[in-house]
Design a protein around this ligand. Sequence first.
Ligand code: UFG
Length: 339
Amino acid sequence: MTGTILVSGGAGYIGSHTVLALRESGRDVLVLDDLSEGHAAALLGAPLANGSMLDREFVRDVFRAHRIAAVFHFAARCYVGESVTDPGRYYRHNVVGTMNLLDAMVETGVKRFVLSSTCATYGEPERMPITEDLPQRPINPYGATKLIDEWLLRDYHRAHGLESVALRYFNAAGADPQARIGEDHEPETHLIPIVIQVAQARREHVTVFGNDYPTQDGTCIRDYVHVTDLADAHVRALLAMEKGSVGVRAYNLGNTAGTSVLEVIRTVEQVSGRRVKSVMGARRPGDPPRLVGSSARIQAELGWQPRFGDIKTIVETAWRWHERRPDGYGDRRPTTAHG
Ligand code: UFG
């Protein structure tokens, strides 16, 4: 066996789907998570080192105690709005936390790293679909922290020979097609789960954040990409690093298909067979009208192909999960301050 894949944030939404994909491809995993946002039940029995990325000694001890072959790094704060009101928290978790991991890797000679990055590193690019060569000019602290992570990878490669792949996700959505795991945030802010909760009569309505954008129906367009397809991209990134030197590489992960807020609502109505009440509201500050990514590079270089690419399939898998587990993992706790 090739050693253990350490997955930080492996109890979270995208992390847990990737842990599942890794285990299904026969890999040994160890999840590093403090369960502040993630869910123990999402691990489906995968081993957990329970602690914070901000605890340097703890992180170091984990590396010393296991034979780690590669690191997948998901643990991060990821809300654009919160990053504007509480930037310190974002720089601490998303930059200092990443440095603690990278330093422990250097110290123990671990050379392979896959970063959860984001389309938010591009800011408001001048061209669509977004390709990797466009300038990265984030417009909020969340995007800035992830861009700094990418710079860290560039510099740790030069200094220490650390190889890495940064995966810049567009809008992660959907759930494990067998509904074993899925999305469960508290509070929920993402569009698809909110619209599903309305269809389930768990919420009265969804507020559409602006219908006066320069788009076909006036609502924002996003590129939704299935979480299981994201997980598959991580496994492919690992295989590529095992096959040969990749240096420092970055890939977009989207479907090149834009879906408007109203189209998402209609799709949920169609999939659920229920009516969804929507109310037109004001624009949400910081929302670009249209964000669509090109994934041509990862398709060409790593052979990635979305298996659940269309919005109907994405919503169907999410619907199945929310129907099966209306209360999510059922471990909701009052929000606490972490850091
Ligand atoms: N929206 C509504 N009503 C809601 C919730 C969302 O109209 O109640 C709209 C938003 O305005 C946006 C779209 O639905 O146009 C999608 O919103 P989400 O909150 O689901 O996702 P975002 O596009 O805002 O955020 C995602 C990721 C972030 C990432 C960001 C990059 O969740 O981590 O893309 O722009 F930083």
